[in-house]
Structure formats: structure tokens, C-alpha cells
Write a protein that binds this ligand. Sequence first.
Ligand code: AMP
Length: 199
Amino acid sequence: MNPELRDWKRICVFCGANSGALPAYVQAATDFGTELVARGYDLVYGGGSVGLMGVVARTVLEGGRHVTGVIPRALTTSELAGEVLGELVVVDTMAERKERMLTMADAFVVLPGGLGTMDELFEALTWGQLGIQSKPVGVLNVNGYFDQMIAWVDHAVAEGFVRPHHRDLLVDATTPAALLARMAEHELPAGLLVWHKEE
Ligand code: AMP
């Protein structure tokens, strides 16, 4: 196990504000939340009560772990839908939301979702690529939902647009237990840049 990963406390989950077309997606969100509780992890997420986001947050909260939701003020009506799950951090912008989630968590797990979820996945990966921070990123590939996304990343490597060691930032598995185990075992690729902030 990568020694840096042994003291994970908070896992950030990126997932859909919708529930998807198949019951398997809601089941996977419930199962993933249950796995977080079983392992004693707290949750960071986008703060909503709708879709898979709400399913994960409710499961973790009901299991007795801490839930932090980070939501921009402008989305409090549509994504909270009148229900606050756990501790809510209200921010001003989408960029601030993402930055808060990325810096608060020790690792990132992506469940099925739409454009917003993909934005968050690639932000986490590109922070790794640029060396802004290096934290594990895993996708829970329920029902083959991410097959095409993973195939595209491999295509981008083959075509010379993604370096092979950056491809290794992305971990995937089909069950929550296998995904978290694989992420904990995962060695972050050697040779990542180290980001130097301007003074
Ligand atoms: P979706 O996958 O489109 O259902 O969206 C899932 C979540 O991602 C929702 O809470 C969206 O508000 C959020 N989201 C969408 N775009 C962004 C963004 N640029 N930065 C941060 N969160 C986003």
C-alpha cells in the first residue's frame, strides 16, 4: 500500500445530479456509500440532495459518518431541493466549489454522472498531471458506463496526446470494495511535475 494513502480521512465523490436510467446506478451509489461507512471514511461531495449525489450523501450520513457538501449559492435551490444533507459549505463560484472539494479530500471517486461529473473527473486528473496535487482518482465502472471514456483516454495515449504515466493516474474497478482496494494499492506515477505557486 502506498504509505501516503494509509491515513485517508475524507473521500470526495463526484457523481450525477440525476439518477440515471437503470436501477443499477442508484444501487451502486448506495453500495459505494455503504463501503465508505464500513471503512470509516467521511464524505466530501457537491452538496446536492438530488440524483446519485443525494443517494451517496444520505447513505453515508445514515451510516454515521461526516458529510461535507460544497455548493455554489446559485445552485442551492436546484441541487438542494429543500434538503440539506450534513454540513453545507456555500461558496460563490463553481471554480471555488471544485477547488474546495479537491483540496479537502484525500482521494476522489467518480460514479456515473453527466457533464458536471466529467468536468470534475478531468479537473482531478489534470491537477495530478500538472502536479498541483497528487491524489488517487478512481472511477466505479458500473454497468460499463465508463468504458468509452476509458477507451478515449487510451486512444489519446496511443495518439500521443496523453503521456503514458499520466494515464496511470486513473484507476478503475467494477465494485466499491475492489475500487478502494485498488486505489489504496496504487502507486502514483513517477515523474509527475511539481507545481510551483508564484510567490
Ligand atoms: P452532472 O454530472 O452534470 O449531473 O453534475 C454533477 C455535479 O457536478 C452537479 O452538482 C453540478 O453542479 C456539478 N458541476 C457541473 N459543472 C461543474 C463545474 N464546472 N465545477 C464544479 N462542479 C460542477
